[in-house]
Design a binder for this molecule. Sequence first.
Ligand code: ADP
Ligand code: MG
Ligand code: ZN
Length: 557
Amino acid sequence: MLVKEEKILQTYFGYETFRPGQVATIEHILQLKNTLAVMPTGGGKSLCYQIPGLSMDGTAIIISPLISLMKDQVDALNSYGIAATYINSSLTAGEQQTRLRDISSGRYKFVYVAPERFESGSFVNLVRKIRIALVAFDEAHCISQWGHDFRPSYRSIVPNLKKLNNIPVFVALTATATEEVINDIKELLHIEHVVNTGFERDNLSFHIVKGKDKTSYIRSFLQEHPNESGIIYTATRKQADTLHEQLTRRGTNVAKYHAGMSEIERKQAQAAFIHDESSIMIATNAFGMGIDKSNVRFVIHYAMPMNIESYYQEAGRAGRDGEHSDCILLFSQQDVQLQKFLIEQSLMDDAAKQNEYHKLQEMINYCHTHSCLSSFILEYFDDKVTKMTCGRCSNCVELKEKDDITEEAQMILSCVKRMGERFGVGMTAKVLKGSRDKKLKEFRLDQLTTYGIMSAYTEKELTERIHFLIAERLLATEEGKFPTLKLNQNSVDVLKGKRPVEMFTLTIPTSDEADYQEDLFSQLRTLRKQIADDKGVPPYVLFSDVTLKELSRYFPV
Ligand code: ADP
Ligand code: MG
Ligand code: ZN
């Protein structure tokens, strides 16, 4: 199988073997079946259309959302001696004319274009006249309103393309696709095969950090990781500016990138980062799509993003070389307010906003769950692997003790019930606390039998426990600007005493203990990988529900 294509892989690109998912995708394309490839960032999606493009007759057209991304891909292909070009607004009219002429003569194997190009009749006519090998949609989630980066022109050109009868096959590629997005792409492009390699990236360790001063945390992190390359994402331009100033003042060489800067400034910052002149990049989400920097050792989120799709895509820019890398999210309650504000003032219609609130809630749950963070993400994307412990994320490795909080959970749940399932987290915490807030009187909530039944706790502790119950799906929310709490089947089971509730409380180790633990864990990680490699399975299959902490009891290394 794929003898010719393997030869292309070796002679043009210099790689020995295909990666998981590449073979299946390429085979389907060669059989002219419309194919969607879902692979993690760095998984090797480009080769999935580049190899068939070289193997088939004619020109491959690639639709790509970003100018910088097109240029990088074209430069890379040219460096392999492959005829490729791009057409976009960065070219002068003269340059465009020359390239269009060369395209019509069939000179190029690969042509990268922005979707808007197909809005012009003349380009469509050009495509109609030449021999086409395939049309590929890179970053295909941009096609879908359910995706996190919807580009209307990605969607609107599809009917026009479908009308052309000289396109033998459509290819779509994305790293981020929930079921909704996959279905949307399938329907729109008439996809016949989906190749989904799953999302697991076992060189990434996810961490949630709460209750710390974010800037000081970053300062000491950078001190402990000198010379490592990393990206720090902020939620707003202002945050990026402020953090950049704070760090630069201390003499750290950091680059900055956001949409408020001029194109030249952005280009310079990006180049400095790519070429390791600045090891750190502080940026908003404007930075990163299509950036192929392999040695990014950490991605820190200064604030929680709007949804898990964006988070995983941004965090996934760490460790493309397969080396161990860290993805750290610094959480604070204000992040939630900011994201709600951004949703509220966006131009989406109500249904779309509702959908965003739903995704935001899942993002919040991620920050409050006590389960394995990797498995939380995989489950969110409906990946096959469920209930695992990665042994790397902060929930798997931190020294924590389990507390039985069944009784507290029952008090909280019965309070939600008494309140008629009409209020949110804040009000519920106030009622449990027995707060004198005037709003409680207004709704006569101070008359309830559950008023003040948990007065020994602070409102913050109560809020934390309620968030924990939501994250563990023991309590539901009705999403919206002011999400209200609802009981679900799990809540009923807890109330009936059929289901115990356990919560982890962090025990902070002394620094000696922490060193010892870190040492032990790194030996265990290696051991676990060795055993897994011997058996030829990924570590999370072999030790599906054993944490490193638990392993340490059985393997005294
Ligand atoms: P993405 O899926 O994020 O689009 P890319 O296509 O940019 O990923 O590929 C990421 C990196 O992996 C690139 O440097 C690419 O050259 C490399 N790569 C792709 N396929 C293979 C392979 N079969 N063997 C080795 N390296 C590969
Ligand atoms: Mg790509
Ligand atoms: Zn984990």
